[in-house]
Design a protein around this ligand. Structure first.
Ligand code: ATP
Ligand code: MG
Length: 263
Protein backbone atom coordinates (compact mmCIF):
# COMPACT_ATOMS: atom_id res chain seq x y z
CA UNK A 1 0.00 0.00 0.00
CA UNK A 2 1.39 3.39 -0.91
CA UNK A 3 1.65 6.26 1.56
CA UNK A 4 -1.14 8.01 -0.22
CA UNK A 5 -3.47 5.06 -0.07
CA UNK A 6 -2.69 4.69 3.62
CA UNK A 7 -3.81 8.24 4.04
CA UNK A 8 -7.09 7.42 2.39
CA UNK A 9 -6.24 9.57 -0.59
CA UNK A 10 -7.11 6.95 -3.13
CA UNK A 11 -5.42 6.22 -6.41
CA UNK A 12 -7.17 8.96 -8.27
CA UNK A 13 -5.62 11.71 -6.18
CA UNK A 14 -6.94 14.82 -4.55
CA UNK A 15 -9.71 15.47 -7.00
CA UNK A 16 -10.70 11.85 -7.49
CA UNK A 17 -13.72 10.06 -6.16
CA UNK A 18 -11.98 6.97 -4.81
CA UNK A 19 -11.87 7.58 -1.08
CA UNK A 20 -14.78 9.76 -0.01
CA UNK A 21 -17.85 9.12 -2.12
CA UNK A 22 -20.07 11.70 -0.40
CA UNK A 23 -17.55 14.45 -0.85
CA UNK A 24 -16.96 13.40 -4.41
CA UNK A 25 -20.67 13.45 -5.25
CA UNK A 26 -20.72 17.04 -4.12
CA UNK A 27 -17.64 17.78 -6.19
CA UNK A 28 -15.44 18.32 -3.15
CA UNK A 29 -11.90 17.02 -2.93
CA UNK A 30 -11.95 13.64 -1.25
CA UNK A 31 -9.54 14.42 1.55
CA UNK A 32 -7.39 17.36 2.60
CA UNK A 33 -5.42 15.19 4.97
CA UNK A 34 -6.71 12.34 7.10
CA UNK A 35 -5.74 13.84 10.44
CA UNK A 36 -7.67 17.06 9.97
CA UNK A 37 -10.24 16.04 7.42
CA UNK A 38 -13.05 15.93 9.93
CA UNK A 39 -12.23 19.22 11.64
CA UNK A 40 -15.40 21.20 12.31
CA UNK A 41 -17.75 18.27 11.78
CA UNK A 42 -19.37 18.88 15.17
CA UNK A 43 -20.36 22.42 14.15
CA UNK A 44 -18.31 24.14 16.87
CA UNK A 45 -16.12 27.08 15.85
CA UNK A 46 -12.56 25.99 15.24
CA UNK A 47 -9.46 27.44 13.61
CA UNK A 48 -7.20 25.55 11.28
CA UNK A 49 -3.80 26.71 10.04
CA UNK A 50 -2.62 26.16 6.48
CA UNK A 51 1.03 26.61 5.65
CA UNK A 52 1.88 26.64 1.96
CA UNK A 53 5.37 26.64 0.57
CA UNK A 54 7.77 25.00 -1.80
CA UNK A 55 9.46 23.32 1.16
CA UNK A 56 12.55 22.47 -0.85
CA UNK A 57 13.51 21.43 1.78
CA UNK A 58 11.33 22.05 4.84
CA UNK A 59 13.43 23.47 7.71
CA UNK A 60 13.27 24.58 11.33
CA UNK A 61 12.16 28.08 10.31
CA UNK A 62 8.98 26.68 8.74
CA UNK A 63 8.30 24.44 11.70
CA UNK A 64 8.87 27.13 14.33
CA UNK A 65 6.70 29.51 12.34
CA UNK A 66 3.83 26.99 12.20
CA UNK A 67 4.18 26.11 15.87
CA UNK A 68 4.18 29.70 17.02
CA UNK A 69 1.21 30.56 14.79
CA UNK A 70 -0.67 27.59 16.25
CA UNK A 71 -0.02 28.93 19.71
CA UNK A 72 -0.69 32.60 18.92
CA UNK A 73 -4.01 32.02 17.16
CA UNK A 74 -5.31 28.98 19.02
CA UNK A 75 -5.26 26.77 15.93
CA UNK A 76 -6.51 23.20 16.23
CA UNK A 77 -3.65 22.17 13.96
CA UNK A 78 -1.54 23.16 11.00
CA UNK A 79 -1.66 21.50 7.58
CA UNK A 80 1.48 21.88 5.49
CA UNK A 81 0.66 22.07 1.79
CA UNK A 82 3.74 21.73 -0.41
CA UNK A 83 3.29 23.35 -3.81
CA UNK A 84 2.80 21.10 -6.79
CA UNK A 85 4.34 22.79 -9.74
CA UNK A 86 5.12 26.32 -8.65
CA UNK A 87 4.56 28.81 -11.43
CA UNK A 88 7.79 30.50 -10.55
CA UNK A 89 11.19 29.42 -9.32
CA UNK A 90 11.70 28.79 -13.00
CA UNK A 91 15.26 29.93 -12.51
CA UNK A 92 16.01 26.64 -10.85
CA UNK A 93 14.85 23.07 -10.77
CA UNK A 94 12.45 22.29 -7.96
CA UNK A 95 12.72 18.89 -6.32
CA UNK A 96 10.03 16.44 -7.32
CA UNK A 97 6.75 16.99 -5.43
CA UNK A 98 6.64 13.45 -4.07
CA UNK A 99 10.07 13.90 -2.49
CA UNK A 100 9.17 17.29 -0.96
CA UNK A 101 6.02 15.66 0.37
CA UNK A 102 8.09 12.84 1.87
CA UNK A 103 10.40 15.36 3.57
CA UNK A 104 7.45 17.31 4.99
CA UNK A 105 5.88 14.14 6.33
CA UNK A 106 9.16 13.14 7.93
CA UNK A 107 9.46 16.59 9.50
CA UNK A 108 6.03 16.57 11.15
CA UNK A 109 5.89 12.89 12.13
CA UNK A 110 5.21 12.55 15.83
CA UNK A 111 3.54 15.95 16.19
CA UNK A 112 -0.22 15.41 16.49
CA UNK A 113 -0.87 19.10 15.80
CA UNK A 114 0.77 18.98 12.36
CA UNK A 115 -0.11 17.17 9.16
CA UNK A 116 0.79 17.31 5.47
CA UNK A 117 -1.61 17.47 2.54
CA UNK A 118 -0.83 16.26 -0.98
CA UNK A 119 -3.61 18.53 -2.29
CA UNK A 120 -1.29 20.58 -4.49
CA UNK A 121 1.32 18.00 -5.36
CA UNK A 122 -1.45 15.79 -6.71
CA UNK A 123 -3.03 18.53 -8.74
CA UNK A 124 -1.94 18.61 -12.36
CA UNK A 125 -0.64 21.84 -13.85
CA UNK A 126 0.62 25.02 -12.28
CA UNK A 127 -0.14 25.77 -8.65
CA UNK A 128 -2.32 28.76 -7.81
CA UNK A 129 -2.96 29.80 -4.23
CA UNK A 130 -6.53 30.78 -5.00
CA UNK A 131 -7.40 27.27 -6.21
CA UNK A 132 -6.00 25.68 -3.08
CA UNK A 133 -7.84 28.04 -0.80
CA UNK A 134 -11.06 27.45 -2.75
CA UNK A 135 -10.62 23.70 -2.41
CA UNK A 136 -10.01 23.99 1.32
CA UNK A 137 -12.93 26.38 1.80
CA UNK A 138 -15.13 24.02 -0.14
CA UNK A 139 -14.06 21.06 1.94
CA UNK A 140 -14.53 22.54 5.38
CA UNK A 141 -17.82 23.74 6.85
CA UNK A 142 -18.25 27.44 7.62
CA UNK A 143 -17.51 27.01 11.33
CA UNK A 144 -13.89 26.20 10.37
CA UNK A 145 -11.92 29.40 10.16
CA UNK A 146 -8.90 29.02 7.91
CA UNK A 147 -5.69 30.81 8.81
CA UNK A 148 -3.17 30.95 6.08
CA UNK A 149 0.27 31.11 7.71
CA UNK A 150 3.10 32.72 5.80
CA UNK A 151 6.06 34.96 6.15
CA UNK A 152 4.95 38.59 5.80
CA UNK A 153 7.14 38.83 2.71
CA UNK A 154 5.33 35.90 1.09
CA UNK A 155 1.94 37.51 1.73
CA UNK A 156 2.74 40.38 -0.56
CA UNK A 157 3.66 37.93 -3.31
CA UNK A 158 0.30 36.27 -2.85
CA UNK A 159 -1.46 39.64 -2.88
CA UNK A 160 0.25 40.55 -6.15
CA UNK A 161 -1.04 37.41 -7.73
CA UNK A 162 -4.22 37.29 -9.78
CA UNK A 163 -7.59 36.98 -8.03
CA UNK A 164 -6.10 38.59 -4.96
CA UNK A 165 -9.47 39.91 -3.80
CA UNK A 166 -10.78 36.34 -3.87
CA UNK A 167 -7.75 35.08 -1.95
CA UNK A 168 -8.42 37.77 0.67
CA UNK A 169 -12.02 36.62 0.97
CA UNK A 170 -11.21 32.95 1.40
CA UNK A 171 -8.86 32.96 4.39
CA UNK A 172 -7.40 35.02 7.15
CA UNK A 173 -3.68 35.48 7.19
CA UNK A 174 -1.24 34.91 10.02
CA UNK A 175 1.83 36.80 8.89
CA UNK A 176 5.15 35.98 10.51
CA UNK A 177 7.46 38.94 10.71
CA UNK A 178 10.50 37.13 9.44
CA UNK A 179 14.01 38.40 10.11
CA UNK A 180 15.05 41.06 7.66
CA UNK A 181 11.51 42.00 6.72
CA UNK A 182 9.85 45.08 8.11
CA UNK A 183 6.11 45.63 7.89
CA UNK A 184 6.09 49.20 6.62
CA UNK A 185 3.13 51.49 5.97
CA UNK A 186 3.68 51.17 2.22
CA UNK A 187 3.54 47.38 2.62
CA UNK A 188 0.18 47.66 4.39
CA UNK A 189 -1.10 50.15 1.81
CA UNK A 190 -0.17 47.92 -1.10
CA UNK A 191 -1.86 44.98 0.56
CA UNK A 192 -5.03 46.99 1.18
CA UNK A 193 -5.07 48.10 -2.46
CA UNK A 194 -5.22 44.49 -3.61
CA UNK A 195 -8.11 43.23 -1.55
CA UNK A 196 -9.75 43.22 1.84
CA UNK A 197 -6.94 41.20 3.38
CA UNK A 198 -7.41 40.25 7.00
CA UNK A 199 -3.88 39.95 8.28
CA UNK A 200 -2.71 39.37 11.84
CA UNK A 201 1.00 39.85 12.31
CA UNK A 202 2.92 37.79 14.78
CA UNK A 203 6.54 37.72 15.65
CA UNK A 204 8.21 34.42 15.14
CA UNK A 205 11.50 33.52 16.78
CA UNK A 206 14.12 34.89 14.43
CA UNK A 207 15.50 31.92 12.57
CA UNK A 208 17.49 33.44 9.77
CA UNK A 209 17.42 30.31 7.66
CA UNK A 210 15.82 29.54 4.36
CA UNK A 211 15.57 26.59 2.03
CA UNK A 212 17.95 28.36 -0.35
CA UNK A 213 20.50 28.51 2.43
CA UNK A 214 20.11 24.80 3.12
CA UNK A 215 20.41 23.94 -0.56
CA UNK A 216 23.49 26.04 -0.84
CA UNK A 217 25.06 24.32 2.16
CA UNK A 218 24.16 20.88 0.82
CA UNK A 219 25.67 21.77 -2.55
CA UNK A 220 28.91 22.66 -0.80
CA UNK A 221 28.84 19.46 1.22
CA UNK A 222 28.24 21.34 4.49
CA UNK A 223 26.19 20.03 7.40
CA UNK A 224 22.42 20.53 7.63
CA UNK A 225 22.29 19.21 11.17
CA UNK A 226 20.07 21.35 13.46
CA UNK A 227 18.79 23.36 10.49
CA UNK A 228 16.19 20.75 9.60
CA UNK A 229 14.90 17.73 11.57
CA UNK A 230 17.17 14.69 11.39
CA UNK A 231 14.74 12.53 9.37
CA UNK A 232 14.65 15.25 6.69
CA UNK A 233 18.42 15.52 6.69
CA UNK A 234 18.61 11.75 6.29
CA UNK A 235 16.34 11.83 3.23
CA UNK A 236 18.46 14.60 1.70
CA UNK A 237 21.62 12.61 2.28
CA UNK A 238 20.19 9.27 1.17
CA UNK A 239 18.82 10.73 -2.06
CA UNK A 240 21.78 12.99 -2.66
CA UNK A 241 19.49 16.00 -3.03
CA UNK A 242 20.87 19.44 -3.85
CA UNK A 243 24.29 18.15 -4.75
CA UNK A 244 25.58 19.95 -7.78
CA UNK A 245 26.41 16.70 -9.49
CA UNK A 246 22.95 15.16 -8.98
CA UNK A 247 20.55 17.09 -11.22
CA UNK A 248 18.43 13.99 -11.79
CA UNK A 249 16.93 14.35 -8.32
CA UNK A 250 15.09 17.47 -9.40
CA UNK A 251 12.39 18.09 -11.94
CA UNK A 252 12.69 21.16 -14.07
CA UNK A 253 9.87 23.61 -13.63
CA UNK A 254 8.25 25.34 -16.57
CA UNK A 255 7.91 29.06 -17.11
CA UNK A 256 5.41 31.37 -15.52
CA UNK A 257 5.17 34.29 -13.21
CA UNK A 258 6.01 34.53 -9.56
CA UNK A 259 4.92 31.85 -7.18
CA UNK A 260 1.81 32.78 -5.23
CA UNK A 261 3.37 31.26 -2.13
CA UNK A 262 6.85 32.49 -1.79
CA UNK A 263 8.93 35.56 -2.39
P1 ATP B 1 13.47 29.56 -0.54
O1 ATP B 1 14.74 30.04 0.05
O2 ATP B 1 13.63 28.45 -1.53
O3 ATP B 1 12.57 30.66 -1.04
P2 ATP B 1 12.05 29.45 2.00
O4 ATP B 1 12.91 29.11 3.14
O5 ATP B 1 11.63 30.89 1.82
O6 ATP B 1 12.68 28.85 0.66
P3 ATP B 1 9.47 28.57 1.22
O7 ATP B 1 9.06 27.17 0.98
O8 ATP B 1 9.73 29.47 0.07
O9 ATP B 1 10.80 28.53 2.12
O10 ATP B 1 8.50 29.29 2.24
C1 ATP B 1 7.31 28.80 2.75
C2 ATP B 1 6.77 29.78 3.78
O11 ATP B 1 7.60 29.78 4.94
C3 ATP B 1 6.75 31.24 3.29
O12 ATP B 1 5.55 31.83 3.77
C4 ATP B 1 7.96 31.84 3.94
O13 ATP B 1 7.81 33.24 4.14
C5 ATP B 1 7.99 31.10 5.27
N1 ATP B 1 9.35 30.98 5.85
C6 ATP B 1 10.45 30.52 5.27
N2 ATP B 1 11.52 30.57 6.09
C7 ATP B 1 11.08 31.09 7.25
C8 ATP B 1 11.72 31.41 8.51
N3 ATP B 1 13.02 31.22 8.72
N4 ATP B 1 10.94 31.94 9.47
C9 ATP B 1 9.61 32.17 9.26
N5 ATP B 1 8.97 31.89 8.11
C10 ATP B 1 9.67 31.36 7.11
MG1 MG C 1 10.93 31.59 -0.03
Amino acid sequence: MTGREQEGWGRRGAWGAASAPAAAREGRPAVVCPRFDGVGADGAPVRLGIMGGTFDPIHQGHLACAEQAREAFGLAGVVFVPTGRPAFKRDRAVTDGAVRLEMCRAAVAGNPAFAVSPLEVDRPGITYAVDTLRALRHHYPANVELFFIAGADAILSIARWHESAEVARLARFAAATRPGFEVTESFKEELASRGAFRVDYFEVTALAISSSYLRERAARGLSLRYLTPDPVREIIEARGLYRLEAPTTAAAVGGGKESPWTP
